[in-house]
Design a protein around this ligand. Structure first.
Ligand SMILES: *[C@@H]1O[C@H](CO)[C@@H](O)[C@H](O)[C@H]1NC(C)=O
Ligand SMILES: *[C@@H]1O[C@H](CO)[C@@H](O)[C@H](O)[C@H]1NC(C)=O
Ligand SMILES: *[C@@H]1O[C@H](CO)[C@@H](O)[C@H](O)[C@H]1NC(C)=O
Length: 219
C-alpha cells in the first residue's frame, strides 16, 4: 500500500515535469568519445525556444563557460566545435530561467582508439550497439570489450550488441584493438521503464525523458 502511494506520487511528479520547459542536449555524431580534431555538433532541442537555451560546459580548466566564449562556434542553441584534449568535460543546455537539460560527458583522446557508446541513458529492454574504432583504419577490426575492468567479449568486427539491456549492464565500458591500443572509458547508464508513465509522457512531449529517468531510477 505504502509503495503504491509512493509510486503514484512519483508518477505525478514525472507528469508535472512533462509540462515544464525542457531541452535535450544532442550530440552529433552520436558518441561520448572523440579523436582530437573531430568535428562535433551540439544542439539543445527545445520545446520552447523563447526560454533561450545556451550550451555550457565544465572542463578541467574552466567552469560554466558558454559556447562561443573561448570554445566552439555557436548560433542560438547549437554549437559546433572541433575538439582537442582539453575539450573533454561535461556539457549541458541551460535556460535563462535556470532549468538545465541532461548532461553529457564528452571525452577526447589523443590515442588512436575510441569506443562509440550511447550518449544518453539506455532504456531497460532496448538494444544497444557499441563500436570500437581506430582513427586510421576504416573500422571493423577485431576488438575486445571490457566492462568495469573485466573482459566481456571479443568481437571479430569491432561491434558488440547487447540485445535486451538490463540494469546489470550498467557500468564503465572500454575496448581495445590489438596493435592500435585501448579506448578511454565511458559510463553507460540504464534506466528502468514504467510503461504507463513513460507512454503518457512520451505522448505529451517527446523531450521529457530525462526528468522521468531520475524518477524511474527510484522505482
Ligand atoms: C560545473 O562547475 C561548477 C563550478 O565548479 C559546479 O558548481 C557545477 O556543479 C559543475 N556542473 C557540472 C554539470 O558538473
Ligand atoms: C554547424 O555545422 C553544421 C554542419 O556543418 C551547419 O549546418 C551549421 O550551420 C553549423 N552551426 C553553427 C552554429 O555554426
Ligand atoms: C561524467 O563523468 C564523471 C567522471 O567519470 C562521472 O562522475 C559523472 O557521473 C559523469 N556524468 C554523466 C552525466 O555521465
Amino acid at each position: 500500500m505504502k509503495e503504491t502511494s509512493l509510486q503514484c506520487l512519483l508518477i505525478l511528479i514525472s507528469l508535472l515535469s512533462c509540462t515544464t520547459h525542457q531541452a535535450r542536449l544532442t550530440v552529433s555524431p552520436s558518441s561520448s568519445q572523440f579523436f582530437e580534431g573531430d568535428f562535433v555538433s551540439l544542439s539543445c532541442e527545445e520545446d520552447d525556444s523563447s526560454a533561450g537555451w545556451t550550451l555550457r560546459r565544465n572542463t578541467s580548466k574552466q567552469q560554466r563557460t558558454q559556447c562561443g566564449d573561448g570554445w566552439g562556434e555557436g548560433a542560438g542553441s547549437s554549437c559546433n566545435i572541433t575538439v582537442f584534449l582539453l575539450d573533454s568535460g561535461v556539457y549541458w543546455c541551460e535556460s535563462r530561467e535556470g532549468p538545465i537539460s541532461n548532461m553529457v560527458n564528452l571525452t577526447v583522446t589523443g590515442g588512436s582508439v575510441i569506443l562509440q557508446s550511447p550518449v544518453l541513458p539506455v532504456m531497460e529492454g532496448d538494444g544497444v550497439t557499441l563500436l570500437c574504432k581506430t582513427k586510421t583504419t576504416p573500422s571493423n577490426l577485431p576488438a575486445a570489450f571490457y566492462k568495469d575492468g573485466s573482459l566481456i567479449r571479443k568481437q571479430p568486427t569491432g561491434h558488440m550488441t547487447i540485445q535486451h539491456v538490463s540494469r546489470s549492464d550498467e557500468g564503465l565500458y572500454k575496448c581495445d584493438i590489438s596493435g592500435h591500443g585501448e579506448s578511454p572509458s565511458s559510463w553507460i547508464t540504464v534506466t528502468g521503464d514504467t510503461l504507463t508513465c513513460l507512454c503518457f509522457c512520451r505522448f505529451q512531449h517527446s523531450q521529457c525523458d530525462d526528468n522521468l529517468m531520475t524518477v524511474f531510477a527510484l522505482f
